[in-house]
Write a protein that binds this ligand. Structure first.
Ligand code: NI
Length: 169
């Protein structure tokens, strides 16, 4: 946070299934897993393209959260399915050590493409919907602290959740 590349609108990917795109996705996959994140957007590693990855196995940190399949999502279009918003705690690899309470749409359709240019079209809810909204915000230069409605619900992970091991994003 503070790097102006995180505040730009990223550009659409125009060519799929290229060596450059596959190399970017390998980098993003490795970075996300090395840092134990639930998702990563290309601008977080300095690449201004509309590419996100996300996915999570069952996680004790989110006991109610359904597992999210590992997904590559390019040029995403998000559509909220209703007006329901829900607050939930978020972190971000670009805002290490912090957590904030962020409202997100509970029910979401997302469309886009995988790295081969195959269409993706899913209807999701809950944690899956939250992760997608968080990651796609990065493509529009939005970091989650910008969405916190009450900054009293923003702080250090270790202070807010002393019993939980630190894990970002
Ligand atoms: Ni993030």
């Amino acid at each position: 946070m503070g790097d102006t590349r995180l505040l730009q609108r990223s550009h659409e990917v125009e060519r799929f299934d290229t060596p450059e795109l596959h190399a970017l996705l390998a980098d993003m996959h490795d970075t996300m897993h090395a840092l134990d994140g639930a998702g990563l957007a290309a601008p977080q590693i300095g690449v201004g393209l509309r590419v996100v990855v996300f996915g999570m196995a069952r996680n004790p940190r989110y006991p109610q959260a359904e597992p999210v399949p590992y997904t590559v999502l390019i040029n995403p279009v998000l559509t909220a399915l209703n007006d329901n918003l829900e607050d939930g705690w978020e972190g971000c690899l670009s805002v290490p050590g912090m957590r904030g309470l962020v409202p997100r749409h509970t029910d979401l359709r997302y469309e886009g493409f995988d790295q081969y240019g195959n269409r993706i079209d899913r209807f999701v809810s809950g944690f899956h919907a939250r992760v997608v909204q968080h990651e796609c915000d990065h493509l529009d230069g939005i970091l989650y602290p910008m969405r916190i409605r009450d900054l009293r619900a923003f702080g250090f992970h270790d202070v807010l959740f002393p019993d939980q091991p630190l894990q970002d994003d």
